[in-house]
Design a protein around this ligand. Structure first.
Ligand SMILES: Cc1cc2nc3c(=O)[nH]c(=O)nc-3n(C[C@H](O)[C@H](O)[C@H](O)COP(=O)(O)O)c2cc1C
Ligand code: SF4
Length: 700
């Protein structure tokens, strides 16, 4: 379909200093969990973004010097010619599709503990680094001179690699933010004190970078509109003065805010375009192009931002991860096909944990090189044969869609009336409505295939499966929360629980509630992600007196990886939930719960009228066992393979289920359905993906 001309402003080229962005889709710097250690993985991923129409594709934070080493977090680097060579390959991949490539030159300052390089951290003050009990060396004028030289050298390396744009990175609490912060920067002559002094280093870097590479490369700045010391302060405060001082310097202003949990907020707390009220004034101060972010997935919102002059370019990290082809889909009049980011931050969690990006919506993210997966092109099936998918949750829907895209005829059977499985239920919990996009995208795509039959309210038995006589069967029957608190703390379950007053998360999700509003509810979290916190929030909002008990030290311990832990805990405090950390629920009897401290074992009792264990899930594998029990009957029915996928195999995140459904569907071909998890014939073979690592030719 042709593009809707209303969206033409999003496709207008834009001059940025000496270069021209081909359109307004700007992939802002974002980490990948790949960094300099996985250059092939990284280059292939960025090239796919460019292919998908992102007119500008930036690197992640790219260290300029070994005094800025973020190990074990995987950062990019431009320390030497090896880095130049790898960046050049990445740039070439981006250029191949006509896009610009930007490099975010980064120095972490006192935050970088330099665990690998073992260089002494440097900063405007001697304060503790992030990842070690080690303080930075206070910078003097000689250090500032050396830092400026290192920045210039890195800019020249970016130019040598063919990049089109380099950043002076003055946000996110790294070195240049530390210079701007009067609480940190207190004693360097000429660089401390007034805002003119504290921003001096930034102005010097902009001038020097322009002098070094500005003939060919645009020089951008990433900077916050508020200050770390005074977050959310009036835009007419000190930061306005900084923008006034800088306004004629950089070729592009990439503006954001100091609250990272809003800038990169989860959809549970932060909705699309949330930065607008805070950043909208910048374009009135600076006469240069402005880009900002806001988890933009709606073409209408993007258009509105550009037309109203809020920004010139639509900045995106997560929307470009969830759908690398978002711009192309708008360009081709296929906005309905956009795979919208759900704002779960599983991408960020993988990066923080040091592994290549994983995305709930886009199972191909991070697999572009190592598995040759493309987000929009599936390998056609060599032999098209009917596949039965039992269960239309995230794994089943993704498998059905991938199979259909590959040309297989698909029968999808779902026990409930609604498709979506767990996402349909979980998206009704407070703040999680956008999670339904996992279902909606796939359901919409499936509706385009005549080769897909969907049967709702169809609870299939083993006999039903055989009667349907598909060639392959994928079981995606999900899982259910365990009522006996089996999990990390009680691997064998807890027999001391009063089952009569136990409500599992599944009970609550289908609307069951404690007998009376006056029943004090205990939610026991040994799962450590967000389910327990969200249920506690919901019950408290409905008027129940809720105590949240966790074996961990904070609410939703694992959700620190998704950047929502602090907001999650604050929300429970706001809605009046009592929080008890580092305790397990040992027994629930006679209206009392006995709690024990996970460190000392010391016990105390709390009143308990209803008990909600959120600990672990039991795979729904009855159908699998029934089918396994009579392989001859399945063969006689013409079934070549039966596999479990998603939660019914191994309960996990929605991202795990989607990935498993996708991966399995890619491996079904003709009579073959190659299982990947320890297939016996592969035990002595190669891993099922390429590995991005150096192979040493000889002993050095
Ligand atoms: C996985 C991930 C890694 C990020 N890494 C960086 C980074 O290296 N440098 C940076 O300036 N911002 C980084 N960010 C922040 C993004 O640039 C962006 O400001 C933020 O995600 C909000 O934009 P979005 O709503 O389009 O995702 C990262 C964001 C994500 C999701
Ligand atoms: S993991 Fe979640 S937040 Fe990140 S891009 Fe994918 S859908 Fe969006």
């Amino acid at each position: 379909m042709p593009r809707d001309p209303r969206f033409d402003p999003l496709f207008a080229p834009l001059q940025i200093g000496p270069v021209t962005a081909p359109n307004r889709f700007y992939q802002v710097p974002h980490c990948t969990g790949m960094g300099y250690t996985m250059p092939q993985t990284l280059a292939a991923m960025r090239a796919v973004k460019a292919e998908g129409g992102w007119g500008t594709v930036c690197t992640e934070y790219c260290s300029i010097h070994p005094t800025s080493d973020d190990h074990p977090s995987p950062f990019a680097s431009l320390w030497d010619q090896g880095d130049v060579a790898n960046l050049a390959v990445l740039v070439e991949g981006v250029h191949r599709h006509g896009s610009l490539c930007g490099v975010e030159l980064w120095h972490g300052g006192l935050r970088s503990a330099n665990l690998l390089s073992r260089q002494t951290p440097i900063g405007p003050n001697s304060l503790p680094a992030d990842k070690a009990p080690l303080q930075a060396r206070r910078m003097d004028l000689a250090d500032i001179r050396d830092y400026r030289r290192a920045h210039r050298a890195a800019a020249l390396r970016a130019k040598e690699a063919g990049a089109d744009l380099v950043y002076v990175y003055a946000s996110h609490t790294y070195l240049l933010s530390q210079f701007l912060d009067p609480r940190i920067n207190r004693s360097i002559p000429g660089y401390s004190g007034t805002i003119e002094n504290r921003s001096r280093i930034i102005r010097e870097l902009i001038d020097e970078t322009k002098a070094a590479v500005g003939d060919a490369l645009a020089v951008a700045i990433r900077i916050e509109v508020d200050a770390e010391a005074t977050p959310r302060a009036d835009p007419d405060g000190e930061r306005r003065a900084v923008f006034e001082l800088l306004k004629d310097g950089p070729d592009l202003f990439d503006v954001t805010i100091t609250d990272y949990s809003q800038e990169m907020g989860v959809s549970r707390f932060i909705k699309e375009a949330s930065l607008e009220p805070m950043i909208a004034h910048v374009r009135g101060i600076v006469q240069k192009p402005v880009v900002s972010v806001g988890r933009f997935t709606s073409p209408e919102t993007m258009l509105s931002q550009v037309k109203r002059g809020v920004v010139d370019l639509i900045g995106a990290a997560r929307p470009s991860i969830a759908d690398p082809f978002l711009p192309k889909k708008i360009a081709e009049g296929r906005s309905d096909d956009i795979r919208e980011c759900i704002g779960c931050n599983i991408c960020y969690a993988s990066d923080v944990q040091g592994v290549p990006l994983r995305c709930t919506q886009n199972p191909t993210m991070g697999e572009e090189w190592r598995r040759d997966w493309h987000p929009d092109r599936m390998p056609p099936a060599q032999k098209r044969e009917r596949v039965l998918v039992v269960g239309a949750g995230p794994a089943g829907l993704e498998a059905a869609l991938t199979l259909a895209q590959r040309g297989h005829p698909v029968t999808l059977a779902e026990a409930r009336r609604d498709l979506g499985g767990r996402v349909t239920l979980e998206s009704k919990l407070p703040g999680l409505s956008e999670w339904a996009r996992v279902r909606d995208y796939r359901q919409h795509q499936l509706s385009k295939f005549d080769s897909v039959e969907i049967f709702r309210e169809s609870h299939l038995s083993a006999a039903d499966v055989r009667e349907l006589a598909p060639r392959h069967v994928l079981l995606a029957t999900g899982s259910h929360w365990r009522p006996d608190a089996t999990g990390h703390h009680f691997p064998g379950g807890n027999p001391e629980l009063d089952r009569a007053i136990t409500l599992t998360p599944d009970d609550l999700l289908v609307g069951k509630r404690p007998a009376t509003k006056s029943d004090p509810v205990i939610v026991f979290d040994d799962d450590h992600y967000l389910m327990a916190a969200v249920l506690a929030e919901q019950l408290a909002q409905e008027g129940y007196a809720v105590t949240y008990v966790t074996t961990a030290g904070v609410v939703g311990f694992w959700s620190r990886f998704t950047m929502e832990q602090a907001r999650s805990q604050a929300r429970l405090i706001e809605v009046g939930v009592r929080i008890v950390v580092s305790h397990a629920v040992e027994a629930v009897r006679g209206g009392q719960a006995t709690l024990s401290c996970v460190f000392s074992g010391k016990r105390h009792d709390l009143p308990c009228g209803a008990f909600v264990p959120v600990t672990s899930r039991e795979p729904n594998e009855a159908l699998w066992h029934d089918l396994q029990s009579d392989p001859a009957a399945s063969s006689a029915a013409g079934i070549a393979s039966i596999q479990r996928i998603g939660d019914c195999k191994a309960p996990g995140l929605i991202a795990h289920a989607v990935y498993d459904g996708h991966r399995t569907a890619r491996r079904i071909d003709g009579d073959q359905a190659v299982a990947e998890d320890l297939p016996p014939e592969d035990l002595l073979g190669e891993p099922p993906f390429r590995r991005d690592r150096v192979v040493i030719p000889t002993l050095p």
